[in-house]
Write a protein that binds this ligand. Structure first.
Ligand code: ZN
Length: 313
């Protein structure tokens, strides 16, 4: 298990979740072939995403290559999401050669949260999220680069430029409810603070629609590597195993130091939840206060480099 002790942005996660989940509605999402947009129709064609609920408590996961992937989430804290059939307009600057641009959810204020898929469908899924804290937006420039660079063979690259568009618009750390989305995930969720506090954890695990959007996306694509961008501690925290190796490579390519961060109480952390769900590397990159265009290019190249490493691991 990765050893992480990150600061206010993130962390690792050791505590086990108090299971406060009354309505553990398992979510079954029909996907893959049924939701995929033909790459030639990304900008103009609406796609229907079908979501059905089930009472089954059996956890079933079929390989990504299957025509239909059924993922039944039994996590007590998972909230049923709504993914209505939605027109999927192309996103400026992000849809050049995308396999699809999918609206994976909406923010509290109704802003779309979109995922762009590039590369090799059915390949090793890699998820990159540019913004989770709305006032930490440097990752956007990296995502924009990742939207245009050639994707290495065998990588199924998923780009979420921002999972917190409301916070980004203000800008503020939390979403429109004042919830720190990086304390709202179902892993070890615990109450922190009150609305308006910097690390307010929300009313319950995955109480926020932005969190639900990512929870569901992760269930669908099962990323083999997930990266979140934050600011501005300018470091990677040390990890063990494959994740540690990926971080060392990323650090070598970008010049970010690997330094432990101590202090703080971390529950409901996104990267930790994803790591535990997938059993795969999932971590944050703390950028500095500013990021030049050149640095953004370097980070984007580093992502693709370690994506290939993760695929070979
Ligand atoms: Zn942060």
């Amino acid at each position: 298990m990765a050893v992480l002790a990150l600061a206010a942005c993130s962390d690792s996660g050791g505590s086990t979740a108090p299971s406060t989940a009354p309505s553990a509605a398992p979510v079954t999402v029909a996907t893959a072939a049924t939701t995929v947009l033909p790459s030639t129709a990304v900008a103009t064609t609406a796609a229907a995403t079908t979501v059905a609920t089930t009472t089954s408590t059996t956890s079933t996961s079929t390989p990504p290559a299957a025509a239909t992937t059924t993922i039944t989430t039994t996590t007590a804290t998972t909230t049923t999401t709504t993914l209505p059939p939605t027109a999927l307009p192309g996103v400026a600057g992000l849809d050049g050669d995308a396999l699809q641009v999918a609206e994976i959810g909406r923010s509290v204020d109704g802003r779309p949260i979109r995922a762009v898929e590039r590369g090799t469908r059915g390949g090793t899924p890699v998820l990159v999220i540019g913004v989770i804290h709305g006032d930490e937006q440097a990752g956007v420039a990296i995502l924009e680069q990742l939207a245009t660079l050639p994707v290495p063979p065998g990588i199924d690259l998923w780009l979420v430029e921002s999972m917190n568009p409301d916070g980004q618009a203000v800008p503020q750390r939390g979403n429109a409810h004042g919830v720190d989305l990086n304390r709202n995930f179902p892993d070890g969720w615990g109450p922190i603070g009150a609305p308006g506090d910097g690390q307010y954890a929300g009313t319950g695990p995955a109480s926020e629609p932005e969190t639900q959007a990512i929870v569901n996306l992760v269930g669908l694509i099962r990323p083999a590597l997930t990266i979140f961008y934050h600011q501005d501690l300018n470091r990677l925290s040390p990890s063990n195993g494959v994740e540690g190796q990926l971080k060392e490579r990323y650090a070598a390519l970008t010049g970010l130091p690997i330094e432990r961060i101590t202090g703080g109480t971390y529950t409901g952390v996104a990267a930790t939840w994803i790591r535990k769900q997938t059993g795969s590397p999932s971590f944050i990159v703390e950028l500095g206060p500013t990021l030049s265009r050149e640095q953004a290019d370097t980070h984007a190249a580093a992502v693709l480099d370690i994506a290939t490493m993760a695929a070979a691991a």
